[in-house]
Design a protein around this ligand. Structure first.
Ligand SMILES: [Zn+2]
Length: 94
């Protein structure tokens, strides 16, 4: 019973921190990440000029404790982003 209680507590804490991390994703940060990655997908190298839509992706998903910091963010195109969809949090705007 105590273990269950602890589990619930830790889930709550985790949820709050995930929400916090998502709220840290600002337009400015998004721009900074894309700028660092030269406005290209880090996996396939395509850019908006190639007709792809770029996203800023959490390398370690927020749901898995990843932080919204430059070192955990990267630029991905829609295709590459979709390719890893099963591995990351659907709810996060990754
Ligand atoms: Zn790509």
């Amino acid at each position: 019973m105590i273990d269950l209680y602890k589990q619930i507590q830790s889930d709550e804490k985790h949820k709050t921190s995930a929400q916090y991390e998502r709220s840290q994703m600002t337009q400015t940060l998004r721009y900074d990440v894309m700028k660092r990655d030269h406005f290209r997908c880090v996996l396939c190298g395509r850019s908006a000029d190639d007709g792809v839509k770029l996203h800023v992706d959490h390398i370690v998903p927020v749901a898995k404790g990843g932080k919204t910091v430059m070192s955990n963010l990267r630029t991905l195109c829609e295709d590459c982003n979709r390719g890893k969809r099963d591995k990351y949090d659907e709810n996060g705007e990754n």
